[in-house]
Design a protein. Sequence first.
Lengths: 360, 360
Amino acid sequence: MIMLEKRPQPSQGWTLATPILAVLLTMLVGGALFAALGKDPLVTIRTIFYDPLFSEFAWYYRPQLLVKGAPLVLIAIGLSFGFRAGVWNIGAEGQYIIGAICGAAVGLALYPMESVFIFPAMVIAGALGGMLWAMIPGILRVKFGTNEILVSLMLVYVAEQLLASMALGTLRNPEGMGFPGSRNLSQYPSAANLELISGSGMHWGVVAAFIAVIFAYIMLSRHIFGFQVRLSGLAPRAAAFSGVNPGRLILLCMAISGGLAGLAGLFEVAGPAGQISIDFNVGYGFTAIIVAFLGRLHPVGILLAGGLMALTYIGGEIAQSKLGLPGGAIQLLQGMLLFFLLAVDVLTHYRVRFGQGEVA
Amino acid sequence: MMKSLLTGATFALGLTTAAFAQDETTKVGFIYVGPVGDGGWTYEHNQGRLAVEEHFGDAVETVFVESVPEGPDAERVMTQMALDGADLIFSTSFGFMDPTINVAGKFPDVKFEHATGYKQADNVSVYSARFYEGRAVQGHIAGQMTESNVIGYIASFPIPEVIRGINAAYLQAKAVNPDVEFKIVWAYTWFDPAKEAEAATVLIEQGADVILQHTDSTAPQAAAQAAGNVATFGQASDMAEFGPYPRVSSIIDNWSPYYIARTQAVIDGTWESTSTWDGIAPGMVGIGEITDSVPAEIKASAEAMIESIRSGEMHPFTGPINKQDGSVWLAEGETASDYGDDGLAGMNFYVEGIVGDVPQ
């Protein structure tokens, strides 16, 4: 008989081991799935997880990992503060959109002026935009006790409508022959978020993601705010007794996650995407939730998880094109990753015992 | 990090090796915005791909990636195909326009074909179909089929292509039924069965008994079937499984002849950058069987209309036609020009009689 016994404290060892176990299980079950689809599982797994890093064209894919991973890491770092403190901002996708709109609007308003101050102004506008959008569920929760999960999620759809309206109206390219979509910011030197070194994939968003990781690491391990965040998550009552102001904490967590999501949006719209278009957002805000948990809400873990997620996207495309794997199979693989992580999480909190259970 | 900086410097070098990687078989890549199983737009492009495979046999190898978001991801997928030795790449959605131009700039020896866009380059052709010719036929049938005089229209994005379709259908519906009214719902998606079903239900509740759709799934067909007394038209693909009622006819995108011809041109070395806009006559736009649910005399007159469009006798946009605001667009006997001010390519206004505004 197998029994689960609750551990007095979450196991340190399993906390580190479960993400790796989840990845291995995903590969195993994913491989079985690919075999069922008539593909060689080993070749497929290799194409997804190995080829982008070490194949003939890895010189192109490695920089792309940075481009694809940066927004995921940036958003996930922001979310991790709230998730640790029990503040559930599910609407990072919306904050990402609003950040992009606000930042792009500043750049487009100044077109075609050239100045070194334009890009920094856009960065500030992007961060503020995301932050303000996140403040809506934050303030509603603090003032009226509404559920921030619901409100932040619903605001994603509002943001999407706003995005469509901007692409079709206010921010539309006047020289675009009536087609929707703004001017291409990546072709506007003062506003462009281009690669800092050609061919490296490093743009300001990647730099910001690395800075965010370091900053978050210091905040969480060395700063009183990090302590309050962790305490509120683990023991809300103890946190209250030790003088944590819960309202202030909620607003700060929302502001950090919204601000970073807004930044991610701005760096994307000014660089890789280039323009505000109706379907500018591609789900980074939602995928970042997986990344945050896959990385155990730890900054370094998130960095690794973001890289892994980017790998499955890029490797997944290669597998589609080279092996004819259906796109849905890749999405399934990504979903499995979170599923297995949550499933094996039981090992962190419980001890598995074999044999006769004790009679209480 | 250092590694990726160094490898980045070899981009140009890598491109040359990529060019050497080609062999005798011609490799043709396809990039799709939706899943091949959408039963509509992407499905038909994939049928075109299969036709290329069948026509050329072992001389041609095709690859595809489905459900690619429009933006940096599309750029990466096309780059990956080009690196892997593709000689010709079809990018089959409007939103792939800037990515296609960007990738084409990096691979001057690879030919690109972009569907429904307007940006050409030395190695980028554009192609589209005159779907509005099919819309005119739909309007002709719909105007006579409706008893409530309310025709529902599920529109995707307010871009010229979609607006042209609405105008073409409305003009013919109005010509046969002066009391007809169009109710238009903007779904802001090309493919989202849930949203499309919802839009269809809303339209049916508002009294529509004929529904035209410019979105790709069969969800509106299913919604109409459930309602029982609502007629529909297949979109992009025949959707014959919903015939003979609710689906009474369809517009079929037939890309096969074009794809075969362009692939042949690449094999022969005669490929040149062109702009193609074909309609019913060359067979790029097909009209699916008009079922017996349509009264015989309506069916006969619809077929006569198809013939007169095919022969060039009829142009769906022939004056007198006023714009929605009452100003003259086309004088008596004048036909719309393709390009220029008020041309069909950039159409962004409704014709007189349509209620509501083009979303901004």
